[in-house]
Design a protein around this ligand. Structure first.
Ligand code: NAD
Ligand code: UGA
Length: 441
């Protein structure tokens, strides 16, 4: 099947590669010429486990092509995916300018029937806007062509994106009528073999399903962070509580890990966008407001613990930071909790020696060269001469460090752990001050 994907970011590139992997003929369009050129040279612009081999092999097989030539892209696929960004605008609503720009491009170049599939996360009502926009441009061109608009939100997780797209738990398809169903079934047939994972519904429900899913997950996390803060006050251990409640299958173990706040390009912006949508419709979304407020505060948890130990003025102190990306297995720094930590430490006068397995380049791009910031080559190098260790992201390689070495390298044996990686008792026995989330000192 011929497929075109607009937007070669985390979602567009992974989706395109996976569709090519099962045999579809995929053309990817992006306005970022540098990105397109790099991909054509075999350079993958993002870190995502398992992505490089499938991009490379399908590119070599000619099933996956990258270009800035939008007219060619529109001509190519019956299916036209919109997978561009929907960042927050000034008031937190999702900015639809990139989505509507693609709708405009498709409408300007199409010469035959197209199925326009919105994969970006967009507020309820966006499919209507895309549909109207295409109708308007076609009318201006004076042509009469049929087209369908479909809402097909994406649920992949960064760090597991290839696996999530290869084996989706569900494929949500919102349509205005039954016409696109056979084509959508054919497109996803290779991913829909064992049992039917395709759930068809109206477009508005599909659009809301995406926000509801992310907001529910964000709610679980903020709820647990609130319980962790309460556990500290009450002398309870949140890790015991987590296991205790997770064992109830109605609650489950997923997404109840307390920590230093959720980050990433999705939860923060999607919670915010649904709050704005609610408000614009005259509804006050109290739960969502609380989810956002708890998370914004939780991102200050690590710097607050550091200051409670060392005092508010951190001038002359140096901290080792392990983990910068917003979660493990990605180089993505968007809304990462580490950014609040770094900026708070610098503001209090401290210097930082940081290490991350994948996000060093991105961190360098964001913060540039600073006299109070060293990006260390290894996690051990980051420790050298530091006053304490702070852990922001739970990369596997941080889970069993050589504690004797850690103690030897640090000026003070103190660890601030934003991901609850270690047993507090064991660390105490080894002579560490160990601060975690919801576990007391
Ligand atoms: P991204 O920023 O990584 O990539 C977007 C790409 O679109 C960029 O390469 C940009 O140059 C390109 N683009 C912008 N305007 C364009 C145009 N007119 N024509 C062609 N290309 C254009 O974004 P992302 O993280 O892949 O997210 C895309 C959408 O998917 C967002 O709505 C996001 O909320 C949603 N989403 C993201 C994830 C995730 O984990 N990143 C998961 C599910 C859903
Ligand atoms: C999230 C959703 O999980 C995906 O289903 C969705 O498609 C995506 O957003 C999106 O819409 O873009 P992602 O942001 O890649 O995926 O990563 P998650 O694994 O959900 O983690 C998000 C944040 O929550 C991370 O900062 C992580 O550390 C934090 N988190 C996660 C916790 O603090 N506790 C948990 O128990 C789980």
């Amino acid at each position: 099947m011929k497929v075109t994907v607009f937007g070669i970011g985390y979602v567009g590139l992974v989706q395109a590669a996976v569709l090519a992997e099962v045999g579809h003929d995929v053309v990817c369009i992006d306005v970022n010429a540098e990105r397109v050129e790099k991909l054509n040279q075999g350079i993958i612009p993002i870190y995502e486990p398992g992505l490089t081999p499938i991009v490379t092999s399908n590119f070599q097989a000619g099933r996956l092509r990258f270009t800035t030539d939008a007219a060619f892209g529109v001509e190519h696929g019956v299916i036209q995916f919109i997978a561009v960004g929907t960042p927050p605008d000034e008031d937190g609503s999702a900015d639809l300018k990139y989505v509507l720009a693609v709708a405009n491009t498709i409408a300007s170049h199409m010469k035959s029937h197209k199925v326009v599939i919105d994969k970006s996360t967009v507020p309820v009502g966006t499919a209507d806007k895309v549909k109207k926009h295409i109708e308007q441009v076609l009318a201006e061109r004076g042509v009469s062509l049929s087209f369908d608009v479909v809402s097909n939100p994406e649920f992949l997780k960064e760090g597991a994106a290839v696996a999530d797209c290869m084996r989706p738990e569900r494929i949500i398809v919102g349509t205005y009528n039954d016409a696109p169903e056979p084509l959508m079934r054919e497109l996803y047939e290779p991913f829909n073999r064992n049992h039917d994972k395709m759930i068809f519904m109206d477009v508005r429900s599909a659009e809301l399903t995406k926000y509801a899913a992310n907001c529910m997950l964000a709610t679980k996390i903020s709820f647990m962070n609130e319980m962790a803060n309460l556990a500290e006050l009450l002398g309870a251990d949140i890790e015991a509580v987590r296991k205790g409640i997770g064992s109830d299958s109605r609650i489950g173990y997923h997404f109840i890990y307390p920590g230093c706040g959720y980050g990433g390009s999705c939860f923060p912006k999607d919670v915010q966008a649904l709050i704005r949508t609610s408000e614009q419709n005259g509804y006050t979304p109290k739960i969502l407001q609380a989810v956002e407020a708890v998370n914004n505060k939780q991102k200050y948890k690590l710097p607050t613990l550091v200051k409670s130990h060392f005092g508010d003025d951190l001038t002359g102190k140096t901290f080792a930071v392990w983990g910068l990306s917003f979660k493990p297995n990605t180089d993505d720094m968007r809304e990462a909790s580490s950014r609040v930590l770094l900026e708070e430490l610098w503001a209090a006068g401290a210097s930082v020696q940081a290490f991350d397995p994948q996000a060093m380049e991105e961190t360098q791009r964001i913060y540039g060269v600073r006299s109070d910031f060293i990006l260390s080559g290894t996690k051990e190098a980051a420790l050298q001469g530091a006053d304490g260790l702070i852990i922001c992201t739970e990369w596997q390689q941080f889970k069993a460090p050589d504690f004797d070495l850690v103690k030897q390298q640090l000026k003070q044996a103190v660890i601030f752990d934003g991901r609850n990686l270690f047993d507090p008792e064991r660390l105490k026995q080894r002579g560490f001050h160990y601060y975690a989330i919801g576990r007391g000192e």
